[in-house]
Design a protein around this ligand. Structure first.
Ligand SMILES: NC(=O)c1ccc[n+]([C@@H]2O[C@H](COP(=O)([O-])OP(=O)(O)OC[C@H]3O[C@@H](n4cnc5c(N)ncnc54)[C@H](O)[C@@H]3O)[C@@H](O)[C@H]2O)c1
Length: 313
């Protein structure tokens, strides 16, 4: 199998490349290095089953040339703007990097008869939904351009799946953590404590409570669903078990990085515009297929912090 991984130099994409290669796939990764880093894939440079191309997915000609010469059997589409706050500052960012990358890709897959696709979606499509969010929850009312653009991308995926036969797996996951991440609370906390080991200012009151998933466990979930999902268009959720508050996360990071630091909380119930203060995620559909989350959300936080402190970002 020859897989194309878009966003392959990014946080999750580079971990997915590692795993696909270890499973015997030939992998082509593309990335425009918007947030991705060559150092995430530097260890793969000598692997003859791996190739990287610096391509902006909005460059339809470059994408066309890639599909003509590289002829992938399947695509794992992870390229996106993953920074929700940056997307709210510039509404064109999510439109271009999340929605238009997807429609450009779908059009080229259709013309080149590539029939299998994975799409990295997000819990942000649900906005501030109350209660436990299951896979068929609705109405979907995103509160960030990021969530809106991913939802729009899902709508296009549905059309290409149902009308043009591109078999599509959509996995909606919440906060993913681990080494090679480019942003997020753990990243932010460790950076701040390295800069000033005496204090940790936290965005918001720290009572935001969400499920976290370690990146390696997410890759397990992607490939588990990839092997077992049926039908032309399948939507699944993946998350760690339970939720973790930002306060718990701050205490875990402080205890491991700088135990004497004072944690200073803000007053808002959210860290930034588009932040969802509290949600709980139902992963029942994937569990019905036999998937078992490896860690609780809080175990994932502890594990990710240890991995980052050992291996660096
Ligand atoms: N990290 C999370 O918590 C999380 C949660 C839910 C969904 N996701 C989704 O998972 C995917 C991977 O996220 P991540 O955390 O690894 O983020 P990331 O920013 O590390 O990876 C995204 C990659 O896409 C690349 N990219 C962006 N625009 C591109 C373009 N036009 N052409 C080519 N490459 C482009 C970036 O340079 C980056 O390397 C994204 O689709 C994201 O929306 C992430």
């Amino acid at each position: 199998m020859h897989a194309l991984v878009t966003g392959g130099a990014g946080f999750i994409g580079s971990h997915l490349c590692d795993r696909l290669l270890s499973m015997g796939y030939r992998v082509t990764a593309i990335d425009n290095l918007h947030l991705g880093k060559m150092q995430n894939i530097a260890h793969l440079a000598s692997n003859s089953a791996f190739a990287f191309q610096l391509i902006d997915m909005l460059d339809a000609e470059a994408m066309e040339a890639l599909f003509k010469t590289d002829r992938p059997d399947c695509v794992f589409h992870l390229a996106a703007n993953s920074d929700i706050a940056a997307g709210n500052d510039d509404a064109s960012l999510d439109l271009k990097l999340n929605q238009l990358t997807t429609t450009t890709l779908l059009d080229i897959m259709r013309r080149h008869d590539v029939k299998r696709l994975f799409f990295a979606s997000t819990s942000a499509v649900f906005g501030e939904a109350d209660g436990r969010i299951h896979e068929d929850f609705g109405p979907l009312q995103p509160i960030s351009f990021y969530g809106a653009s991913k939802l729009a991308a899902e709508a296009y995926l549905s059309v290409y799946a149902h009308s043009f036969g591109i078999r599509t797996l959509v996995l909606r996951f919440p906060n993913v953590i681990g080494e090679r991440s480019t942003h997020g609370a753990i990243y932010d906390f460790i950076r701040k404590l390295k800069d000033d080991p005496t204090r940790l200012p936290v965005l918001g009151n720290g009572r935001q409570t969400k499920p976290y998933l370690y990146v390696g466990d997410l890759v397990d979930a992607i490939l588990f669903a990839w092997d077992r999902s049926e039908g032309n268009y399948a939507v699944f959720h993946a998350a760690g078990i339970g939720e973790t508050s930002v306060r718990d996360m701050a205490e875990i990071v402080v205890s491991k990085v700088s135990p004497a630091a004072t944690i200073e909380y803000g007053s808002s119930d959210r860290g930034w515009l588009g932040d969802v203060p509290r949600f709980s995620y139902d992963t029942g559909r994937l569990e019905q297929l036999g998937w078992v989350p490896k860690r609780t959300s809080t175990e994932a936080v502890e594990y990710a912090v240890e991995r980052i402190l050992t291996n660096g970002f």
